[in-house]
Design a binder for this molecule. Sequence first.
Ligand SMILES: C[S@@+](CC[C@H](N)C(=O)[O-])C[C@H]1O[C@@H](n2cnc3c(N)ncnc32)[C@H](O)[C@@H]1O
Length: 296
Amino acid sequence: MTGPLPGLEVHHQEAPDFYDRNPELADLLADSISPGERELLPKGWSILGKVIIVKIDPQIESLKARIGEALLEIYPRCSSVLLDRGVAGPFREPDREVIAGSAKTETVHREDGVVFKLDPAKVMFSAGNLQERMRMGRLGGGETVVDMFAGIGYFTLPMAVHSRPKKIIAIEINPVAYGYLAENVRLNGVDGIVVPVHGDCDLVTPRAVADRVVMGYVGTTDQYLDAAIAALRAGGALHYHQTVPEKLYPRKLEEDLAGAGERAGRSVKIERSARVKKYSPGILHAVVDARVDGAE
Ligand SMILES: C[S@@+](CC[C@H](N)C(=O)[O-])C[C@H]1O[C@@H](n2cnc3c(N)ncnc32)[C@H](O)[C@@H]1O
């Protein structure tokens, strides 16, 4: 997608965000904070479009407005700063608060030739999954794909834009994320390829249609493996994202897949296991690719 987007300002950047040990933040606040507070200042932040997203140590949360203003001074092209308190619930909704700048946090992020419109105050966008988004955009071609936890189109859009499948059925349960998914499909000019579906994967995943099924991370991804395998035609590819203690990687994930294959009476052959990113201390976010044969 290269054309202008009416009414939207697009910001180009190499990666979805960057973490920067910028001494400027400490310098800008130097006169008004103690040396102890200085030590606790954030060492990095993310930038998505025009929005800066920062985690702040709870011990210095009283400084949040000043930290936000200082970040806007460092990045004059940005318009809002969000304090990030993590992601919660099955919809993976971020807990974020505007601490400086405009209350309007909807923005447009461009990455790998794909446009993502989103409001980072309302939906998540994981910087650490960049390589995986790029990889998915270069697999297959001419296939029917089911993206089970599509979000705003994290995997659907790079696949539709770059590998030109025949069709992608992109399923999303959260109405806000679904709204952005539908809009991003239009903005990227892939409405002839992507069919956004608003619903619960457990109820709406079609059976025996897919050459490829993508299962992004939702915390309980393993509970949807039966639906994913049922969606696949014989010989189809499955991408299973899950978190796992480092010590159990990749065995635990391979066992999840083997179990689902057994329940379905189909053969599941592991083709690749990879670490996507560190999720939390001792816990990995990983992806396993498998080939599923047998009855449709
Ligand atoms: C973490 S986000 C998308 C992950 C993305 N694929 C990635 O790895 O960057 C997961 C999405 O799945 C959606 N979701 C969770 N449970 C679902 C379900 N049962 N059916 C459909 N969508 C679901 C959430 O609302 C959320 O938008």
